[in-house]
Design a protein around this ligand. Structure first.
Ligand code: GLU
Length: 491
């Protein structure tokens, strides 16, 4: 048996961050067991499914590197196969034709609701009230069709739905890999519709047929589908198919412990890209959201794929923690190769316009030092603003102060020494500044501020010698000259 998992999103919106985690768990489980991870787009609800949403899901998975091992199965393309299975169940006697019309079913529900209301009214005896409640409960209970045991069609061409005969009385038990033993009363399950009166298959049927045909051995999904498992298992049994293992994972909650919703901020996976998180940081963070393994906090995909198991998934909903995500992102930004980091940060760097090649090179060189100062890509772009701000650099208040009177004279003296540095690298530039300090008998406290002001305009920046090395001779001297030449009343 090849372990086979699947992610089965409905393309009705974005790839939800909880969905991304489900996909990730399925992928890791498959990898751990040397199996396959598949993708099925559940687009049977034609009215709500859109190609754009399908694309958004594919893009989100692609961004996170959650690539399935085969091309996606489109559920809507398999309707004929679903119907064929329903017919097979009809033939084997597991399913039956139900002639109840939607109007009759609605009338039954309305009557149930009406009795439930009447039971609340004043002036009834306890017995009357109890009787009304019992009638209401029976009418509102999961539907058991009067045709489940056969019976004549009301008319020769009367429309019918195909329903699966629900299990009789007693308990239904599911051994769930996350939830443990889950028991419900068989009475809670209705005679499930498999084919609608127009011959189209229902979602519940489609899921089971597809999972079977795709060879799915393990269904790992959100626990909002736990009850569906009890409706799906009888379909497997009616078809004589093996029932897969189920693992129903608690949903993700917001930092406040409430179900994740819009007010918590980003729900869509691609929004995390827009916020400047690295994909490997998001997957690393997501896998620890609800799953644990020993004390290890940060796992790469490869590390997790060696140890992932559903036994490590907690029963309680995990809470999204943006500070933790920022920490994980910081970790992965530091690990990233500067050339890749440069590619990632570029959209933020060039928000205000394209950078020259030399400034881009300067940024890339600075990244290993500057990355310490950022948790996200926009923060990183901000941390290199001292490089990317176009000349002449605007000066903040401190920079203006540093470039008054003596400060300006020192800048001029420094310029001479800096321009004579032949190897324009950190050690030589450092020596040049030191030489100026020694010659003038001044400390760095007097010499640094005017140079820093000219080079950065007062923006946060690391040590000045590396800053000059990154900027290069031409840009360094141009920035100094801008200030030496600036009309003084501007300062
Ligand atoms: N299409 C369902 C959803 O998006 C998932 C069904 C399943 O995993 O069985 O919630």
């Amino acid at each position: 048996m090849t372990v086979t998992t699947r992610f089965a999103p409905s393309p009705t919106g974005m790839l939800h961050i909880g969905g991304a985690r489900t996909a990730l768990f399925n992928l890791l489980f498959a990898r751990r067991h040397g199996g396959k991870f598949l993708l099925r787009i559940e687009d049977t609800d034609r009215a709500r499914s859109t190609p754009e949403a399908t694309q958004a899901i594919l893009d989100g998975l692609d961004w996170l590197g959650l690539t399935p091992d085969a091309s996606p199965v489109m559920q809507s393309e398999r309707a004929e196969r679903h119907a064929e299975c329903a017919r097979a169940m009809l033939e084997s006697g597991k399913a039956f034709r139900c002639y109840a019309t939607p109007e009759e079913l609605q009338a039954r529900r309305d009557e149930g609701e009406a009795k439930r209301q009447t039971a609340k009214e004043d002036g009834l005896s306890d017995d009357e009230r109890a009787a009304l409640r019992a009638e209401a409960d029976a009418l509102l209970a999961p539907y058991r069709s009067p045709w489940r045991d056969g019976g004549e069609a009301p008319a020769p061409d009367a429309p019918y739905t195909v329903r699966l005969r629900a299990p009789g009385d007693g308990e239904m038990v599911l051994e769930d890999a996350v939830q443990g033993t889950v028991t419900i009363q068989a009475r809670e399950i209705d005679d499930l519709i498999l084919l609608r009166a127009d011959g189209t298959p229902t979602y519940m049927l489609a899921v089971v047929v597809d999972d079977h045909d795709m060879g799915v051995t393990h269904v790992i999904r959100g626990d909002d589908h736990l009850r569906n498992a009890f409706r799906q298992i009888p379909i497997y049994q009616a078809m004589g198919w093996d029932v897969p293992e189920f693992a129903h994972v608690p949903l993700i909650h917001g930092p406040d412990g409430k179900k994740l919703s819009k007010r918590h901020g980003a729900q869509s996976t691609l929004e995390y890209r827009e916020m400047g998180y690295l994909p490997e940081a998001v997957t690393s963070y997501l896998m620890k959201l609800g799953w644990s393994h020993g004390d290890q906090d940060i796992f790469t995909m490869d590390e997790a794929a060696k140890v992932f198991d559903t036994s490590g998934i907690g029963k309680a909903p995990a809470r999204l923690d943006f500070d933790k995500l920022a920490d994980v992102n910081r970790h992965y930004m530091r690990q990233a190769d500067p050339a890749r980091l440069m590619t990632l940060v570029r959209p933020w760097l060039e928000e205000g316009g394209a950078l020259s090649d030399s400034l881009r090179a300067a940024v890339q060189q600075s990244l290993p030092s500057v990355v310490e100062r950022a948790s996200t890509l926009p923060e990183l772009a901000e941390a290199v603003a001292f490089i990317t701000t176009p000349r002449p650099l605007p000066l903040n208040k401190n920079a203006r102060k540093a470039l008054k009177g003596e400060g300006l004279d020192r800048l001029s003296g420094l310029r001479d020494l800096i321009s004579s540095v032949t190897e324009f690298d950190t050690p030589h530039l450092h020596d040049a500044i030191q030489a100026y300090c020694t010659a003038q008998d001044l400390g760095m406290g007097k010499v640094g501020p005017p140079l820093r002001a000219a080079l950065t305009g007062g923006l946060p920046a690391p040590d000045l010698a590396p800053v000059m090395e990154w900027l290069g001779r031409e840009e360094t001297l141009a920035r100094i000259d801008d200030q030496l030449a600036a009309p003084r009343d501007d300062i």
